[in-house]
Write a protein that binds this ligand. Structure first.
Ligand code: NAD
Ligand code: GLY
Length: 369
């Protein structure tokens, strides 16, 4: 088992990465569960695969699992569900010192975490991430949120979990497309700050996707360790360090907005394309050589992720995509900070990027091929 500490002053917690964790909950987290009744929030897809294992493991430990099963998908991160979850937790008589289990991907983790942040001004929760994306990114670091009509993740709170149990077995039931999308966030840690890890991802991406257990454990543990370091340094994203985690997200967000935030382009796929675009735009600005952008494109494409926006078949112009960026929540006093690269492993925040230039660059990418 890999155990990665998240060192936050006064609120440290562990991320454990291994197989068999969901079948071993009393041992893994029983000490945090003060009452017999244990509230668990999940979605129907995850429940279909994991409810039996999780329920049985808690019952063997003498606990009584209590379930709230929501419809899957990004739409679950809503005001309506926030009300539903908090009302349910209140009916379950959850107290501040109790822990709620969030069993699922980033959607369930973000929604449950936010509900726990506001329930009685904050109760405990444990992340049981079941997607690769959630294991390497969303379950660690305490960002919680719901979406509103104005955009994604615009209402939320920082609320750290007490424990994260990343069970590699959960990845066995994850659809391959979701697995690949999560791998984009794994490669991201290499591109933003660790050349050696990038090289490892480029060489081992297909092993991770194809199910090699050792490769998966290494990928998840290395990613979590990178995220834990960044979060410990800049928990509330105030110094610029944590903002590096948004590499590829500004371009990616514009693509998601253009394609409707849905099945057409998953978040991780948009991040993959966004990282390719950030690398190529860095070349345009003569920050690094074309070969570096080529290596980013090759690593992403060899993991089965999309790497060319021209292939998306969008009816969009560069100006239209750049316009989506104007509504980005990272907009600061009229300028949009952009994460660019001085090389693989050397991301930095540029504050002098003109959206008109980005639009011209995007036009060239849309017309490529
Ligand atoms: P998700 O939670 O929607 O899960 C993807 C799909 O896989 C869903 O249909 C889900 O039901 C299904 N699923 C989950 N685990 C499964 C399993 N083991 N077996 C079978 N099916 C399974 O999506 P996601 O990619 O995990 O998370 C995306 C969300 O995460 C977005 O809302 C994004 O904003 C958020 N996010 C948050 C942070 C953060 O720091 N809080 C970081 C990155 C992303
Ligand atoms: N996924 C971005 C962050 O946690 O800051």
């Amino acid at each position: 088992m890999a155990v990665i500490p998240v060192e936050l002053a006064g609120r440290p917690y562990e991320v454990r990465v291994d197989g068999g964790l969901l079948a071993d909950l009393p041992k893994q987290c029983g000490a945090l569960l003060r009452k017999k009744r244990v509230p668990i929030i999940t979605d129907t897809n995850v429940a279909a695969k994991w409810r039996e294992t999780v329920g049985a493991s808690l019952e063997i430990g003498g606990f009584e699992p209590r379930w709230l099963v929501l419809d899957p998908g990004e739409g679950a991160k809503s005001w309506v569900n926030l009300e539903r979850v908090t009302d349910w937790l209140l009916a379950e008589e959850v107290e501040r010192g109790d822990h709620v289990l969030a069993l699922g991907g980033g959607v369930i983790g973000d929604l449950t975490g936010f509900a726990c942040a506001v329930l009685k001004r904050g109760c405990g929760f444990i992340q049981l991430p079941t997607t690769l994306l959630a294991q390497v990114d969303s379950s660690v670091g305490g960002k919680t949120a719901i979406n509103t009509a104005a955009g994604k993740n615009l209402v939320g709170a920082f609320h750290q979990p007490s424990l994260v149990l990343a069970d590699l077995d959960a990845l066995e039931t994850l659809p391959a497309r979701e697995l690949r999308a999560g791998f984009a966030e794994v490669i991201k840690y290499g591109i933003l700050g660790d050349r050696d890890f990038f090289d490892w991802c480029a060489a081992n991406g297909s092993a991770v996707i194809d199910g090699d257990r050792k490769a998966r454990e290494y990928a998840v543990a290395q990613s979590v360790a990178a995220k834990a370091r960044i979060v410990a340094e800049d928990e509330r994203e105030t110094t610029g360090t944590r903002a590096l985690l948004n590499l590829g997200h500004t371009f990616g967000h514009a693509l998601e907005a253009e394609t409707g935030f849905g099945e057409r382009l998953l978040h991780g796929e948009a991040v993959a394309l966004g990282m390719v675009l950030a690398a190529r735009y860095s070349v345009r600005r003569e920050l690094m050589g074309d070969n570096e952008a080529g290596a980013v494109t090759a690593a992403i494409s060899s993991a089965g992720l999309p790497s060319e926006i021209a292939a998306l078949g969008m009816d969009a112009t560069g100006a239209k995509l750049a316009d989506h960026m104007r509504h980005d929540k990272k907009m600061d006093a009229g300028t949009l900070p952009f994460l660019l690269l001085r090389g693989i492993g050397e991301a930095f925040m540029a504050k002098d990027v003109e959206l008109e230039d980005v639009a011209k660059f995007l036009d060239s990418q849309l017309q490529a091929n």
